[in-house]
Design a protein around this ligand. Structure first.
Ligand SMILES: N[C@@H](CCC(=O)N[C@@H](CS)C(=O)NCC(=O)O)C(=O)O
Length: 229
């Protein structure tokens, strides 16, 4: 019987990061769908973890927060034999942590700012913030594209925690700022991520919820067909 509970929402990019990791490490968890729009649920979740950010893993009653820490915890204590997302070599592991951080800070953060702006009433939208977030994504695309020269995965020869971060960050980011022709390596990496089985399964699970995603107009038909809704 699993001792693990994951508080999550199927549309959340950071939740996707952990769901992909769980799939890669072949770990089963009890999933609890969180509705932070419900005041009672939000209050109960804040009592469990004060930042109110999801996902949150609860391991035998102990809250484990922050996606990179959650994945390291899962790797250390629950990974199935032979499954790994963080290399044993300390320097190689540092590269994985670096690229995990880079995707969180420089792709997830501007992407989340663009979603947050869309969720605001029209009068409260902030074009300066939006322009800054879009520029941030364009700049990140350029340096990630350069880094990908000669690489299959972003931080090591194998799929790692950094790719778990990259997949949802890029999946949602391209709905706001598409990849330009000069980002051919990044576009090929994006396709590799989207075709990777753990990513595919995670996105398949989210599919029924994409109709609620504020940036759904930018989703490709592969993931969301407005006519089929
Ligand atoms: N640094 C956090 C970020 C988590 C995060 O931003 N989660 C978003 C969902 S993708 C969230 O909980 N948003 C709800 C809110 O801010 O109220 C992590 O890595 O876990």
């Amino acid at each position: 019987m699993t001792t693990l509970t994951l508080h999550y929402h199927p549309l959340s990019s950071y939740c996707h990061k952990v769901l992909i990791a769980l799939d890669e490490l072949a770990i089963t968890v009890d999933k609890r769908l969180l509705n932070l729009g419900d005041p009672a649920e939000r209050a109960a979740f804040l009592a469990l973890w004060p930042t109110g950010k999801m996902p949150l893993l609860v391991d035998e009653g102990r809250p484990i927060a922050e996606t990179s820490i959650i994945i390291e915890h899962l790797q250390r204590h629950h990974a199935s034999p032979g499954r790994t997302l963080i290399p044993h070599d300390p320097d190689a592991a540092l590269q994985v942590r670096l690229w995990d951080r880079l995707f969180d800070q420089y792709v997830m953060t501007p992407m989340q700012a663009l979603t947050a702006d869309l969720l605001r009433p029209e009068a409260d939208r902030d074009p300066i913030n939006v322009a800054r977030a879009r520029e941030g994504l364009m700049s990140a695309y350029a340096w990630i594209d350069r880094h990908l020269e000669g690489r299959t995965w972003v931080a090591a020869d194998a799929f790692t925690m950094a790719d778990c971060a990259a997949a949802p960050a890029l999946f949602y980011a391209v709905t706001y700022v598409s990849l330009a022709p000069q980002h051919a390596r990044l576009a090929a990496y994006f396709d590799r991520l989207m075709d990777h089985p753990s990513v595919e399964r995670t996105l398949d699970e989210a599919r029924p919820f994409f109709k609620y995603y504020p940036g759904r107009a930018g989703l490709s038909l592969r993931f969301f067909d407005p006519k089929a809704q």
